[in-house]
Design a protein around this ligand. Structure first.
Ligand SMILES: [Zn+2]
Length: 73
């Protein structure tokens, strides 16, 4: 995880949501990964669509700012 994130990123998963996932048991990591993998964001700078983590890295390198949540069917 990148520790230095220049812009705030409103994560959809709340602390309470994360706690519920943790309580739910051993597959927490997998569940979180699945949630993250089902998310896509579009870079407002160039239109690239990718995962939130990849988009974060992309914007850090490219200097693009802003993104739009994309809902996969
Ligand atoms: Zn971009």
């Amino acid at each position: 995880m990148p520790s230095a994130t220049p812009t705030r990123k409103p994560y959809r998963l709340s602390e309470a949501g994360l706690r519920a996932l943790r309580i739910s048991g051993a597959k927490t990591g997998k569940a979180v990964a699945a949630l993250n993998n089902s998310r896509r964001r579009r870079c407002d700078g160039c239109g690239m669509v990718t995962t939130p983590a990849a988009l974060g890295a992309h914007q850090k390198h490219s200097g693009h700012t802003g993104w739009t949540e994309v809902r996969a069917a």
